[in-house]
Design a binder for this molecule. Structure first.
Ligand SMILES: Nc1ncnc2c1ncn2[C@@H]1O[C@H](COP(=O)(O)OP(=O)(O)OP(=O)(O)O)[C@@H](O)[C@H]1O
Length: 293
């Protein structure tokens, strides 16, 4: 089933002459882990706002084209109705976190959606555990670091278990370990609970390793779409647009290893391909520790 269908979408913010989205078409199916990347200003945040209804319900501008979420035009729904099926995590966690303490922050959305106190308790606990904030339940939100606020914003968005989660650069304040943990949480939600994940992210190392499918935006247009391996093979296009090809993929492309979908996107995969490549050439990986360690 189509979770999201976008057809010929144009959007220009009020007061601007340049379209932020410029003829975009896109389909995301239920259960996909879909990654969207692109350089600064490519239109990632604008696209997220078109999916969660902030455009056209909050931001004004010229909108043309069709955005359907679960078959319903976003413009004809309301942000409150959309929020039942679409959980949102915004880029700026600072402004998304509004309650005095961690527990209240996660409870806020659940309360508005009419969950019983027992259900709320269960969901708060699970959501905080998933993002690694169990020990922070009573902590004032003003005391949280930027990364902890991002984790909290994710917990609040996933607690109602929406069918789709749209996240706009949710790991921008997190270090590599924190970023990996968040991607692992998203993978669990996707694989174990069937939640559709749509994530805007510039950290392509993680996006390529975790997404089922990817889209690259440039100046509001789709320039590449496909499996992470298919997208990352287009190194020249990505270099031109300003999207980073993960080092492991770049090395494999340089050595000519990992054909088609077998292009390595994780270090473990890359390492095993390089070991095979060396063995074929009669060079034991043990004698070339510098290359592979
Ligand atoms: N509220 C606004 N009013 C006018 N123009 C805007 C507004 N928000 C974004 N834009 C413009 O729309 C274009 C797309 O911006 P958008 O924030 O969607 O890009 P992005 O890919 O998310 O960038 P980043 O990675 O820097 O967050 C940019 O040219 C930006 O300047």
């Amino acid at each position: 089933m189509g979770v999201l269908e976008i057809k010929d979408l144009y959007f220009t913010y009020g007061g601007s002459d340049t379209p932020a989205l410029n003829g975009l078409s896109l389909r995301v199916d239920e259960g996909e882990f879909f990654g969207i990347t692109g350089p600064t200003g490519a239109g990632k945040t604008t696209l997220a706002c078109c999916i969660n209804g902030l455009i056209p319900h909050f931001y004004r501008g010229r909108l043309q084209g069709r955005v359907l979420v679960f078959g319903e035009p976003v413009g004809e729904s309301t942000p409150a109705r959309l929020a039942r099926s679409v959980g949102s995590v915004f880029q700026d966690a600072e402004s998304q976190v509004i309650c005095a303490d961690v527990e209240q922050e996660v409870a806020f959305g659940l309360e508005n959606m009419g969950f019983s106190p027992r259900e709320m308790e269960e969901r708060i606990q699970t959501a905080l555990e998933l993002v690694g904030l169990s020990g922070f339940r009573q902590r004032p939100t003003a005391w949280l670091s930027g990364g902890e606020k991002q984790r909290l914003a994710i917990a609040a968005a996933l607690a109602p278990l929406p069918r789709v989660l749209v996240l706009d650069e949710p790991t921008s304040e997190l270090d590599p370990l924190g970023t990996r943990e968040i991607f692992q949480v998203l993978r669990r939600l996707n694989r174990e609970m069937g939640m559709t994940i749509i994530i805007m992210e510039q950290k392509t190392d993680y996006l390529a390793a975790f997404a089922d499918r990817m889209l690259v935006l440039e100046a509001g247009r789709a320039v590449l779409e496909g499996s992470p391996a298919a997208v990352m093979r287009q190194q020249a296009d990505l270099d031109r647009v300003g999207v980073r090809v993960p080092d492991v993929a770049r090395l494999a492309l340089m050595l000519g290893i990992g054909r088609d979908e077998n292009l390595p996107l994780t270090v473990d995969h890359g390492r095993s391909l390089v070991e095979k490549w060396l063995q074929k050439r009669g060079q034991s990986p043990f004698h070339t520790g510098k290359l592979i360690s």
